[in-house]
Design a protein around this ligand. Structure first.
Ligand code: NDP
Length: 464
């Protein structure tokens, strides 16, 4: 009997996804560039091997699939994807489907979808890391709706589910799935950064040790902040290094890596004119984190900041600041997706996107369930939707207090302060861009509008 689906690329994610597919009762054929990896995988599959067909050549791989074929690619984003499409296409028939499940730049997915001919192409974002891929990821699909409908029975079966609703949804054509995955990752950067900033206050401002910090995260994980990222932050803070017996967190270098999805989100947001400043701050913070030597020079030149803040803040203050920061950050992310829906003419259903993120993915949290409800009820900015308006009324003063105390004590909180600046901007009717318009008219005759008259091309007295 032939396999219902194929998977190419048995790395961390591909192997886990293949086991998940077999575990859900589907017959799957697998192929990997390095043959030994395929052989090891077949052994490691155990009982599931009965539903897995390992193949050692592309022709055998393609021949093992029932038609019309569907093949998932799980290889590094970029050239490897183009190479595999080029290698597979001549072996495939009209109506066969290639699905790129890696972290592609959605512009690449747009290009590949546009270039697809008789052999169909989809791009799907898969989130949840290795464990998610094995036991239930969150899946954000892009491509032709008919192609999605064909593979949806398998992809919804392997996805995470929240209250019985699968976390796998069609977001729109072409690169729509990879676009939503990129924004997911951007929000992930921001969520992580805000937690790290609060960790800095707990550690350097309030003088808590790792055990107390871990306990604080555990407590928060029972409240409004309950989420995978708060949960794992607690585990990381509590961990002991196996080499030295020291608290693990104290020996991890403070320089963060990144693969680019957060940066893509920030850049795309600028293109769309729908800024996501909290995500931008998080991307910048990762970049600056890697300049350790420069920071050492800075500390030598200016001295260390006072940092210790006594009892100026409580852990509850920090929890409330994080709640406010999180709502503001997600408001930006959803506003960006909304702008993309208009600019690209894609469905990008906001409530369904919030639903897909409720389980399986890295940013999963209890708050996303309320966000799904709020976004279904109203298309206003999330900050202006119940229950988030009330939550923000309740917490923004504390966010201000935390940002102010951090500033006074020299503790950098770029993402939280950016969230506060966005909040203050969006609640200020009379802003200061009148001066910008005056400046622009002065040096460039760009003209301005007036509050007291209709028309768009007024000039200042300098025009004469
Ligand atoms: P790995 O490095 O673990 O695996 C890469 C796989 O791709 C291997 O099977 C490798 O084969 C194969 N491969 C590499 N280059 C080529 C090539 N030029 N031609 C053919 N096959 C190739 O990567 P991951 O599983 O971590 O990541 C795969 C994709 O999933 C990436 O796009 C990643 O961004 C994305 N992703 C990863 C997540 C994670 O948590 N790791 C989460 C979500 C998405 P070989 O054995 O021969 O080297």
């Amino acid at each position: 009997t032939t396999s219902q689906i194929g998977l190419l690329g048995l790395g961390t994610m591909g192997a886990a996804l293949a086991l998940n597919i077999a575990n859900k009762g589907f017959r799957i054929a697998v192929f990997n560039r390095t043959t030994q990896v395929t052989r090891d995988f077949a052994v490691q599959a155990g009982d599931l091997a009965a539903r897995i067909t390992p193949t050692e050549g592309l022709q055998d791989f393609v021949a093992a699939l029932s038609r019309p074929r569907a093949i998932i690619l799980m290889v590094p984003a970029g050239q490897a994807v183009d190479d595999q499409i080029a290698a597979l296409t001549p072996l495939l028939d009209a109506g066969d489907l290639i699905i790129d499940a890696g972290n592609a730049d959605f512009h690449d997915t747009n290009r590949r979808a546009a270039a697809a001919g008789d052999v169909r192409f989809m791009g799907i974002g898969v989130s949840g890391g290795e464990d998610g891929a094995r036991h239930g990821p969150s899946i954000m699909a892009g491509g032709d709706r008919a192609d999605w409908d064909r593979v949806a029975p398998i992809l919804t079966a392997i996805a995470a589910s929240h209250d019985g609703v699968p976390c796998a949804t069609w977001m729109g054509p072409a690169g729509a799935g990879h676009f939503v995955k990129a924004v997911h990752n951007g929000i992930e950067y921001a969520d992580m950064q805000m937690i790290a900033e609060v960790y800095g206050i707990l550690r350097d401002g309030m003088g808590l040790d790792n055990a107390a910090i871990a306990k604080t995260f555990r407590t928060w994980n029972d409240g409004a902040l309950a989420s995978y990222l708060i949960e794992i932050s607690g585990h990381v803070a509590a961990a002991t290094d196996t080499l030295t017996g020291q608290p693990l967190l104290d020996i991890i270098t403070d320089a963060a890596g990144q693969k680019g999805t957060g940066r893509w989100t920030a850049i795309e947001a600028q293109h769309l004119g729908a800024p996501v400043p909290v995500i931008e701050a998080a991307v910048a913070a990762r970049n600056l984190s890697s300049r350790r030597d420069e920071r050492a020079q800075g500390q030598a030149a200016f001295g260390a900041a006072p940092q210790a803040m006594g009892d100026a803040l409580t852990a509850t203050d920090l929890e409330r600041a994080l709640i406010a920061g999180k709502i503001i950050c997600y408001a930006q992310g959803f506003a960006m997706i909304d702008a993309a829906a208009r600019a690209f003419d894609w469905p990008l259903p906001l409530p369904d996107i919030a639903k897909v993120w409720r389980a399986g993915c890295i940013i999963r949290s209890v708050m996303l369930d309320d966000m799904a409800t709020a976004l279904a009820r109203s298309d206003a900015n999330l900050m202006l939707s119940a229950p988030f308006t009330d939550l923000l009324r309740d917490t923004h003063v504390t966010l201000r207090k935390v940002v102010a105390q951090a500033a006074l004590h020299g503790l950098p909180v770029p993402a939280l302060s950016s969230a506060l600046a966005y909040f203050d901007t969006m609640r200020t009717h009379r802003g200061t861009a009148n001066l910008l318009q005056g400046q622009r008219d002065f040096f460039g005759r760009h003209g301005f509008e007036r509050l007291d008259r209709d028309g768009t091309d007024f000039h200042g007295p300098w025009a004469d």
